[in-house]
Design a protein around this ligand. Structure first.
Ligand code: KG4
Ligand code: ZN
Length: 341
């Protein structure tokens, strides 16, 4: 392979409860995208870090082999190993970073540490040619951010999570309602039974900045459940009716969505130069929120790009993609590459 003409990047993602490997070819694009999603956390209503890192250790080798096989190449054809090294669960991140360093060292490849959130922010480019500058709303289990993307790897953070991320709030409220992990899709389903209406008017935080805060909303839902005698504090279980559960889920979802819309509109007004909107991360799988953001995009006649579902939630394709442009920009890491929380 001639690395002077095109890079072939192996991307590795192990920041939380997904083990992913993908191959990105500088000229031909994404060649493969392999993923293993851990299911053992369901029983605990959330990710158990110790179980997560053990599963990463078991899966990493087979998943990387699967990505190479699907792409029809061998490790020798790879020029760069790009690996998520921040932010995430330390034990899980360590598995990916140690594995990436080991294979890169043994086969004499370059290595690049990738910021997971940058991966999400640029994930639309796996499928779309999104014009710069654009406004990107990233919403996942661990982060909610608004970015102004000015070029590949060139972005400003306009606002971010100050406490709980939106996805985390979905997961925690789902747990309060005895719904399984991950909570986002379950809340969406329950809310659809209540027609996505706002029954309980949970508080929308009124910060002047573009930062996001969702821990107050989570607490408001809990107090409301207790007030409505629908939550047993001793057993920490929902004891209300199915109808109430659906109404709470619906009110919660509308509240999350309203906050997104308010921040988005404010950011659009502050940055009239933007040419497009994007919505990325696990929460962007939510069809109700997608539809609301679509309305904002129409109002400001901006094109809206949302990745296909497999690129919304955690995946290695987005890590390989960022690795590819960093390699093209000559931004490599050294052998001291470490994890950051
Ligand atoms: O991006 P992601 O896979 O992982 C992180 O980087 O955290 O996002 C996972 C989050 C979980 O909190 C999950 O509940 C949420 O995305 N999620 C959803 C939906 N599907 C996944 N949230 C709302 N509605 C959905 N349909
Ligand atoms: Zn993520």
């Amino acid at each position: 392979m001639n690395t002077k003409t095109s890079f072939i990047t192996l991307g590795i993602e192990t920041s939380c409860d997904e083990t992913g490997a993908a191959i990105y070819h500088q000229k031909n694009g994404l060649l493969s995208n392999a993923l293993y999603s851990q299911v053992q956390h369901k029983a605990f209503g959330g990710v158990v870090p110790e179980l997560g890192s053990r599963a990463q250790l078991e899966r990493i080798n087979p998943i990387v082999n699967q990505a190479l096989q699907k792409a029809g190449i061998s490790l020798a054809d790879i020029s760069v190993v790009a690996v998520t090294n921040r932010p995430g669960l330390p034990g899980s991140l360590l598995v990916g970073v140690c594995f990436a360093k080991a294979i890169a060292w043994a086969t004499d490849k370059k290595i690049i540490g990738i910021n997971h959130i940058e991966g999400h922010a640029f994930s639309p480019y796996l499928e779309f040619d999104v014009p710069f500058p654009n406004l990107c709303l990233t919403s996942s289990g661990g982060h909610t951010s608004l970015f102004l993307l000015k070029g590949f790897g060139d972005y400003d953070i306009l606002g971010q999570t100050t406490d709980d991320a939106a996805g985390e709030a979905f997961d925690k409220v789902a747990k309060m309602l005895n719904l399984p992990y991950p909570g986002g899709p379950e809340i969406e389903k329950a809310a659809s039974h209540a027609d996505f209406k706002d029954y309980f008017h949970y508080p929308r935080h009124k910060q002047k900045t573009l930062d996001f805060s969702y821990s107050g909303l989570k607490t408001a839902v809990l107090y409301d459940l207790i007030n409505q005698r629908a939550y047993d504090i001793k057993t920490k279980k929902f004891i209300g009716s199915d109808t109430l559960r659906d109404k709470v889920a619906s009110s919660f979802l509308v509240c999350i969505s309203d906050v997104f819309l308010e921040k988005l509109e404010r950011a659009i007004k502050m940055h009239p130069e933007i040419k497009a909107l994007t919505f990325v991360g696990g929460v962007s799988r939510n069809k109700y929120i997608r539809a609301q953001i679509e309305k904002v995009a129409k109002k400001y006649t901006l094109p809206l790009y949302i990745p296909s579902p497999q690129y919304c939630t955690d995946n290695a394709a987005m890590i390989a993609f960022v690795g590819n442009y960093k390699a093209m920009q000559g931004e490599f890491s050294d052998w001291y590459l470490d994890i950051k929380r």
